[in-house]
Ligand binder design. Structure first.
Ligand code: FAD
Length: 392
């Protein structure tokens, strides 16, 4: 395994670090509403794009830097280390761009790619449905042929930021008689088209990033089909591949969480246990340190394999499963150490750090669900690594 970066990669890191030191917002801003937050994040993405720091993995001809996998990794690591906010247009930049570049027509690329990098247009992902999440081939949302396009009816769910999105990438069934994965097509959906209804869902963090999206007789023109009709599952694989892989951002976030845990263990909080002296908590903290190191090494091993052009295999499942469950164990320790003050997840007289850490606990409950649940990752490992037969 390579444990060091080349001189050129270190130079890339230094350039980015200097740019972030001069430009990244300092402190954690608090926003009155989600809309305010989204508006600030749009400005931040525009600034990043102005410096050439959005979509660095995109080819140069489309506004990227043609960055390597290692540079993309370093980019995420430095962004997280600078506590720079994540960009709001993640779905557009990370999923839609690479999918359109691989499968879109020239006209689609010309129309949709340019506004993605500076957050001129935000995208959402209309994949999951009430009966189709882990098994996306079960989508029931129906697209039927009409003059000049399709008419779409159905429901999507868990659609992040749909209420702010101008466009969505959407899977819909175009051939109900074909075997599950064969009858699906991949479309661009105009989120402002008549028949699209978006209903925000309130999460336990109090935020409403998620939405239900109802599609009633929504017209989708021919020009918005990506790739060939009924070939949507193959194209969705391009999108889903970009959702998995290494997780440098999570690595840095959890290294910072470890530092928070150690600080609280030493200093204690009002009403919480004296963690530094508690033998059980000491054991847990040592375990978290080891887990964060393992996550780092697993990421480096994956980077090495990619760098040597070796097939990735099941490593991305190991990384996703490992960090998401590590995260929940670390947050459980956090709540033990915060004691009753852990219940104060909004700013108030007893909240530790204005509730930031408690909100983090609530947020990371989702880590074992998004981008493939823990059960699905274990199924992949069981069948593809351990060679076990599929369950009934
Ligand atoms: C923060 C967050 C953001 C998201 N954003 C989006 C988005 O923008 N767009 C979008 O389309 N989707 C989004 N999702 C949805 C996400 O992709 C799904 O939640 C996920 O794929 C799981 O699907 P599901 O919720 O339908 O659960 P199900 O698939 O219904 O699973 C329910 C439970 O059954 C288990 N299970 C299912 N199948 C098996 C099996 N074969 N073997 C063993 N156990 C099984 C699962 O592990 C889970 O515990 C988001 C989810 C989260 C948490």
């Amino acid at each position: 395994m390579d444990c060091s970066f080349s001189a050129a990669e270190e130079a890339f890191r230094a350039e980015l670090r200097a740019w972030l030191a001069a430009n990244a917002p300092s402190g954690e801003p608090e926003h009155a509403t989600l809309a305010d937050e989204v508006s600030c994040l749009r400005d931040w993405q525009q600034k990043l794009a102005g410096g050439g720091w959005v979509g660095i993995h995109w080819p140069r001809e489309y506004g990227g830097r043609g960055a390597s996998v290692v540079e993309s990794y370093l980019f995420q690591e430095e962004m997280a280390a600078a506590r720079a906010p994540e960009i709001i247009g993640r779905i557009g930049v990370n999923l839609v761009g690479p999918t359109l570049i691989a499968h879109g027509t020239e006209e689609q690329k010309r129309r949709f790619l340019p506004p993605i990098l500076p957050a001129g247009e935000i995208w959402c992902q209309l994949f999951s449905e009430p009966g189709a999440g882990s098994d996306l081939t079960a989508v029931r949302c129906r697209a039927e042929r009409t003059d000049g396009g399709w008419v779409v009816n159905g429901q999507k769910v868990w659609t992040s930021y749909a209420q702010f999105a101008r466009w969505g990438i959407m899977l819909a069934r175009t051939d109900p008689d074909a075997p599950k994965a064969k009858g699906i097509s991949y479309f661009v959906c105009d989120m402002q088209a008549p028949g699209v209804t978006i209903r925000p869902l309130r999460q336990m963090t109090g935020s409403e990033e998620f939405n239900e999206v109802f599609l009633e007789d929504v017209f989708v023109p021919d020009a918005y089909l990506i790739g060939r009709e009924h070939d949507g599952w193959r194209i969705a694989s391009t999108t889903l591949t970009h959702e998995r892989g290494t997780s440098p951002r999570q690595l840095v976030i959890h290294r910072m969480l470890l530092h928070d845990l150690l600080r609280i263990a030493r200093e204690g909080v009002e009403g919480g246990p004296r963690a530094a002296a508690d033998p059980v908590l000491r054991q847990e903290l040592a375990r978290h340190f080891i887990d964060v190191e393992i996550t780092k090494l697993a990421n480096w091993r994956t980077l090495t394999r990619i760098g040597r052009k070796q097939p990735l295999g099941p490593e991305s499942s190991v990384i996703k499963l490992f960090w998401s469950e590590m995260s929940q164990r670390m947050h459980d320790t956090l709540m033990t150490m915060l004691g009753p003050t852990g219940l104060c997840w909004q700013p108030g007289p007893h909240a530790v750090e204005r509730g930031r850490l408690s909100r983090s606990y609530l947020y990371y409950r989702a880590a074992s669900i998004f981008a493939g649940t823990s059960e699905i990752q274990r199924n992949i490992l069981a069948t593809r690594v351990l060679g076990l037969p599929r369950g009934g």
